[in-house]
Design a protein around this ligand. Structure first.
Ligand SMILES: NC(=O)c1ccc[n+]([C@@H]2O[C@H](COP(=O)([O-])OP(=O)(O)OC[C@H]3O[C@@H](n4cnc5c(N)ncnc54)[C@H](OP(=O)(O)O)[C@@H]3O)[C@@H](O)[C@H]2O)c1
Length: 429
């Protein structure tokens, strides 16, 4: 029998347990032996646990797991950087295989932890850290192994996708949609990690490591969240044939330069990522052999996340005694990604202007001064003496775009309401 020590028994811990119990026969068939949780570390022993967890020994002392020779796999589902990082490190040094769902720990400490795993000849797996239940890590590592990855474009945060979907489909304002996400349990009481783009940025650091085999740090990812996106932005994007998603973008250009960024992005409604609604996640991969491929599914929740974790457990058991290359993360090379300001994008600009002669000429002249050419423009009269102008630009270097916008902002006859990047309109993004 394979015995697991669980660090944490909250939402995801319960999900891991439920999958192991519900699918015990199937899992035993795959592994050739039964798999069970022996001990679980928690903070509060008096908290009620599910009745099915009665066979598990609960403890507040991690040594009951780390020092137990019967436990060969440690599953970390505590969350947060510490004590998770120190407990994972200790488990690896104790030659225990580790499975974790912790994006923060992997994003921040991957080099140290993978090096520890290599030195102690054990596996460190992290499928659930990105995309919840979607098997994107294993797909990049194994299924797409013969390919050079050219681009990874991910909707990696269910909370923000839920909020953007509710604004678009139910015409809700941001705060109403956020409150609904909290009521349904998709968003934390403190939604900062999600709505700021930080959660997505951690996941992009991990995808960069697995997909592009490069070691980047969080401060090399330019990230922006969705707090500035209004219902009007989404309605205007819809008018032009686009939707808005919080997108993690990782790509390598023909010169071998990397770009890693997270920002709200206008996506044409015909693109497969545009159809990813509510709390679902998706990763769109461009690979030089396979071509384009979309992975989508539940990005969170006890059972989907538990499924990803147990798949890592099963894969670890396959590897028992041989420590195959599949489980060894080779050291990744460090790169200096291109600064966001030097990259090219198309942009969506929304302006409120005085509805008078010469204003449109002012807008096009000032944009033209910075080589910003217009691909699409709509002007609509508003109720009072103003009009709304919606613009989609051609590709332009971001620093030029910012300079053009600064000039527009000096004009008294107009107000810049929004500037949002547009993705997937041609081969550049
Ligand atoms: N929730 C999801 O859908 C989801 C999806 C993908 C990845 N993840 C990741 O999975 C991890 C766990 O998430 P979760 O939603 O299951 O969290 P959670 O419900 O808050 O559960 C955390 C568990 O860890 C225990 N714990 C926390 N700090 C501890 C400490 N210092 N010492 C001992 N025990 C401690 C808690 O004990 P008590 O029960 O006694 O409080 C609880 O059992 C996180 O890294 C998260 O990012 C979650």
């Amino acid at each position: 029998m394979v015995q697991i020590g669980l660090l944490g028994f909250g939402n995801v811990g319960e999900g891991v347990h439920e999958i192991l119990v519900k699918n015990a026969v199937r899992i035993q068939e795959r592994c050739g032996q039964p798999v069970r949780i022996k001990t679980a570390l928690v903070r509060d022993l008096s908290k009620p646990r599910s009745s099915a967890s009665q066979g598990i020994s609960f403890t507040t002392n991690p040594d009951d797991i780390l020092n137990d020779p019967d436990i060969s796999i440690v599953v970390e589902v505590l969350g947060g950087e510490n004590p998770a990082y120190s407990l994972i490190s200790r488990a690896l040094k104790f030659k225990k295989h580790v499975v974790t769902a912790n994006k923060e720990v992997i994003a921040k400490h991957k080099e140290t932890l993978f090096s520890l795993a290599r030195d102690h000849q054990v596996c460190l797996s992290f499928e659930a850290a990105v995309g919840g239940g979607i098997p994107i890590i294993r797909s990049l590592k194994v299924g797409l192994a013969p390919n050079e990855i050219e681009g990874i474009y991910g909707i990696l945060n269910g909370t923000t996708n839920f909020i953007l979907s509710r604004i678009e489909n139910d015409k809700q304002e941001f705060n109403v949609a956020l409150a609904k996400a909290q009521e349904l349990g998709f968003a934390e009481a403190d939604p900062y990690m999600d709505v700021s783009g930080l959660d997505t940025a951690y996941k992009l650091v991990i995808l960069a490591y697995v997909g592009f085999k490069v070691n980047i740090t969080l401060d090399q990812v330019a990230y922006e969240g969705i707090t500035s996106i209004s219902r009007t932005d989404i309605e205007s994007a819809n008018q032009l044939g686009y939707t808005i998603k919080l997108l993690a973008i990782g790509r390598r250009d023909n010169a071998g330069n990397h770009v890693f960024k997270v920002h709200p992005t206008l996506i044409l409604k015909s693109h497969p990522l545009a159809s990813i609604q509510n709390e679902l996640n998706a990763v769109f991969v461009r690979a030089n052999g396979l071509g384009e491929c979309l992975f989508s599914g539940p990005g969170a929740g006890p059972l989907p996340t538990g499924s990803a974790i147990v798949s890592d457990v099963i894969d670890t058991i396959f590897d028992f005694g041989c420590h195959s290359r599949r489980h060894v993360e080779p050291p990744a090379k460090s790169v200096v990604p291109l600064q966001s300001a030097t990259t090219e994008s198309q942009f969506f600009i929304r302006l409120t202007v005085a509805d008078s002669v010469g204003v449109l000429e002012t807008v096009t002249r000032l944009l033209g001064k910075h080589n910003i050419s217009i691909a699409n423009l709509i002007q609509q009269k508003n109720h009072k003496d103003t009009a709304t102008i919606l613009i989609i630009t051609h590709h332009i270097v971001e620093s030029e775009m910012r300079a053009g916008i600064s000039e527009l902002e000096k004009e008294t006859c107009l107000k810049v309401d929004s500037v949002i990047r547009v993705g997937f309109s041609d081969s550049i993004e």
